[in-house]
Design a binder for this molecule. Structure first.
Ligand SMILES: Cc1cc2nc3c(=O)[nH]c(=O)nc-3n(C[C@H](O)[C@H](O)[C@H](O)COP(=O)(O)O)c2cc1C
Length: 178
């Protein structure tokens, strides 16, 4: 079965991104044609880019980079779940993307952003990055409006108003990867 990784794109304590990723996984895993896993960048725990050669060479000095390369290579597609930070994306996510090159190339990617206004600017900024990595941006991308002060229960209720979009995303992955 084809596999898609849902990447949790922020790492600070009490982050909201893990709640968003958990909700999305429950929605997407209703598929019986594509498998969905969560990859948490906090667990991957990469240092700021410390490889001496450019990633396109695929020559990695560090064991952590090789492990990250092996993990990403196992997946046929990706969902990046991330908040808006100052009209952009979290640095930790850009760093994790920058570490690799061929491992991302030609693979479908959906952007699931959140913030006061759905993380719109973060999503626009990330579109350039995934284009630079030669990934294929999916048609279905989500923008979820969540306020920093929202309780877990409120955020959960708001997330469920996007269930239908998550279902469209599941269907798009099934079409692209079957
Ligand atoms: C450094 C930082 C910058 C932020 N900038 C924005 C912003 O530009 N627009 C916005 O709507 N929310 C912004 N927020 C609010 C976040 O979208 C909100 O706190 C979200 O829960 C952060 O995701 P996280 O909990 O997974 O880190 C910012 C939050 C942080 C920590």
């Amino acid at each position: 079965m084809k596999k898609v990784a849902i990447i949790v794109g922020s790492v600070r304590p009490n982050r909201r991104s893990s709640q968003v990723a958990a909700w999305l996984k429950v929605q997407l895993q209703q598929s019986n044609r594509v498998e969905f896993d969560v990859i948490d960048l906090k667990r991957v725990d990469l240092p700021m880019m410390d490889e001496p050669k450019i990633p396109f060479t695929g020559l990695y000095n560090h064991a952590k980079t090789r492990a990250w390369s092996n993990l990403v290579s196992q997946y046929d597609g990706f969902v990046l779940v991330f908040p808006q930070y100052n009209w952009g994306y979290p640095a930790v996510l850009k760093n994790a993307l920058d570490y690799l090159a061929r491992e991302w190339q030609g693979k479908p990617v959906s952007l699931v952003t959140f913030g006061g206004h759905g993380g719109t600017q973060a999503q626009v900024a990330m579109r350039l990055v995934v284009a630079g990595l030669k990934m294929i941006q999916m048609t279905v991308n989500l923008q979820i409006s969540l306020m920093p002060g929202d309780s877990i229960a409120t955020a959960d209720r708001l997330l469920h108003t996007h269930d239908w979009e998550a279902d469209l995303l599941r269907q798009e992955f099934e079409r692209r990867l079957s």
